[in-house]
Structure formats: C-alpha cells, structure tokens
Design a protein around this ligand. Sequence first.
Ligand SMILES: Nc1nc2c(c(=O)[nH]1)N[C@H]1C(S)=C(S)[C@@H](COP(=O)(O)OP(=O)(O)OC[C@H]3O[C@@H](n4cnc5c(N)ncnc54)[C@H](O)[C@@H]3O)O[C@H]1N2
Ligand code: MOO
Length: 389
Amino acid sequence: MISVEEARALVLALAASPVPEDIAVQDALGRALVAPAVARLTQPPFDASAMDGYALRSADLPGPLQVIGTAAAGVPYQGDTPAGSSVRIFTGAPVPAGYDRVVMQEIVTRDSDAITVADAGANLNIRLKGNDFSEGTAFLPARPLRASDLGLIAAMNVPRVTVARRPRVAVLAGGDELVPPGDTPAPGQIISSNDIAIAALAREAGAEVMVLPLARDTEESLRERFLQAQGCDLIVTIGGASVGDHDLIAKVSADLGMERSFYKLAMRPGKPLMAGRMGAAAMLGLPGNPVSAIVCAKLFMQPLLRVMQGLPPGSEPMHGVLARGLPPEGDRQHYQRARLTPGEMPVVDPFGDQDSARLWLLAEADALLVRPAHDPARAAGDPVLFLPL
Ligand SMILES: Nc1nc2c(c(=O)[nH]1)N[C@H]1C(S)=C(S)[C@@H](COP(=O)(O)OP(=O)(O)OC[C@H]3O[C@@H](n4cnc5c(N)ncnc54)[C@H](O)[C@@H]3O)O[C@H]1N2
Ligand code: MOO
C-alpha cells in the first residue's frame, strides 16, 4: 500500500492544464483567475477628500478663512485657491489644487462665510492619488475570487476576466441497497447520501457537477453510467471499491480502459481509494462508507479540482496540541474526527468512536486529527496536525 503523500502526488498528476474562459467580472465569484486582471486606471484618480468638511491650507490655520466655493464627489471645484481661503468639501471630492488638508466639519466653527479651526489635529484627511492602486498594476491571487476581489477588479475598470473553466465532474454512486432521499426504502435498503455530499464538496471546490442516476450492482448498469459520464473532466465513483462480490468498480472501469495510478493506500478511513485516467478524464473511486468517501473527497478530490483550475491544492494540515493521551497507531495514516478548542494553539480532542459509517459524528466534528502510520502513543499536550472541517 502506498502512503497518503504518494497517493496525493499521483492524484494531482492527473490534473490537465486549466482551460481558460472569458467571463464578466460580476459572474466571477469563486472562480480562479488564470490571467491577471490589469488596472486600467489609477485609484483614486486624484487626491480625494476622506471627510465631509473644509479643504484648506495648514499654514492658514487657525483662521478665520473665507469659504469661497464647494467641491462635491463628481463635481470638482474649478476656481483659484488664494491664501486665507477654504472650500466646502464632501467625501470623495477632488481636493482643490493648493490645499493640503481637509478639516472635518464637526471641529470647524462657521460664522457666515468664514470658518475658524481651534485644533485641526494631525490627520490631513486626504487620500492621495494612487494610494489604492495604479494603472497597469496586475492582480492574480492564488485562490478563488472573493466578493471583495470582484469589487477591486471592477474598480480597476476591468469588466471581463479570464478564469479557469469549471471542471466538469460526474458523480457516480451505486448499489442495490440505495434509494434517493424522499423514497421509502424497502427492507435492507438505505438512503443514498454520499452522492449528495460528494457533489456538494465538488461544487465547493469550483466544479460543475452532474450527479448520475444511482447505478445497480451489475456490470451493465455501471458501464451505462460510465458512458453517461463521457465528456467530463473527472469521474468520481462512490462505493463498490472494496473486495466484495458486488464491488465492481475496479473491474468495469478496467474493462473500459481505465489506466490505474493506484488502488489502496495506507489511510484510515479510505483504504480502498482508487485513482487513474479514463481517456481524457481523471477518475477517482471513493470508498462507499460515508465518512471514508467524504474524507477522501476532502483530501484528494478537492485538491485535484483546485489544481485543475490552476490553484494551489490546499487542504494543508495545521498545528495544534492533543487534549488527551492516545494509544499507538497502526499501519495506516489515521484521520480522526475531533472537536477543536480554538486558541493560539488549538486543542484537538478526537472522539472515542471513529466508525467510518457514522455521519452524525462527522457533523459534530470541527477537525480531522491527522495521526501518521506507526505514530507512537501520545500524551495530552503533545503537538499534532489537524485539518479543519
Ligand atoms: N473483506 C473486506 N471488506 C472490506 C474491506 C476490506 O479491506 N476487506 N474494506 C472495508 C473498508 S475500509 C471500506 S471503506 C469499505 C468500502 O467498501 P466499498 O467502497 O466497496 O463500498 P460499498 O461496499 O459499496 O459500501 C460500503 C458501505 O457504504 C454504504 N454506501 C455505499 N454507497 C453509499 C451511498 N451513495 N450513500 C450512502 N451509503 C452508501 C453501503 O451501503 C455500505 O454500507 O469496505 C469495507 N469492507
Ligand atoms: O478505511 Mo474504510 O475507508 O473504513 O472505512
């Protein structure tokens, strides 16, 4: 069995280069830029007032100063600015040439057309031209675009951006025991939940997802589903990965020409994970136990989808300390559902029960404690790694 690190490298190697796509900036939330957005203007384009008040010369203080005009956002003051003068100004308006300060109106005493300022304070209240960004500045964050990034790109006067096309993912779950949520399960049947969770994890990582109808436990049904997945960038199967008589994914995918990168790794949960290439698409075969499927999707599927969009893989572990002592680990790297007490050094407290079929425990967990294979017994307070959930 290969290690988690080896498996991760093999999975990431399945990513094809991102496919560029030109879209409107307002549609780019969560998307990955593949070419920089380049500012088409300087911001602010002029020295701008940061306050409602009066623009004036510091050397003329404390006044009295004559108010000789008004400058508003969008309506600059165009006249002269002789010594001893001031201009009524509003936030965002260009500061008239010759003045070096804006005084907030709250600290100004006005008498008819004259103002005096007893104590103007230290702040000049002027946003200098270009203090945010300059024309020609390039913006290319190594993460999905946030709402504030869209505002920045729009302010740069860039109406369209080049992003990675969303990877197209087909989610293929199956098993004779499964019915969709809302159906009434017959004796021996359960509700199919993995396809819903895995599709959501794929969307969270930027993918466009097609969830195929549940497959039956026959080679024919699986073959049909694989054919429906044609044209996708990534096929994610769930279940049927193990060694039982009904675990047909390995056989059917191999029959259809799957070039396997690996099958099985030293990981708990998630041992029967499989990965490879089917034609132009990457393929991940997730184990069927719900927690195993979700943990594998977080560790392998989401990083692969990010790399397909030209982003760093992410899902890097963080540092914490153990809440209590733990026995030695076996021969697989163990991802344990845990509660997290935040702090400068977060405290990680793994649950006693780590059953890989218990979704409820995953819902109660804040983190996955990462314990390397063959980790010796640990004491409370020992440093550990964890993945936040
Ligand atoms: N003899 C062995 N048996 C098993 C081994 C082993 O090494 N030798 N490995 C175990 C491990 S570890 C795991 S994980 C599971 C993985 O099995 P499969 O990937 O073949 O998954 P299934 O058998 O199809 O299902 C396992 C379990 O999960 C439920 N399931 C499947 N799909 C869904 C879904 N879409 N929604 C909700 N639940 C689903 C399924 O009903 C089973 O209960 O194998 C162990 N066995
Ligand atoms: O290792 Mo399997 O993936 O329990 O649960």
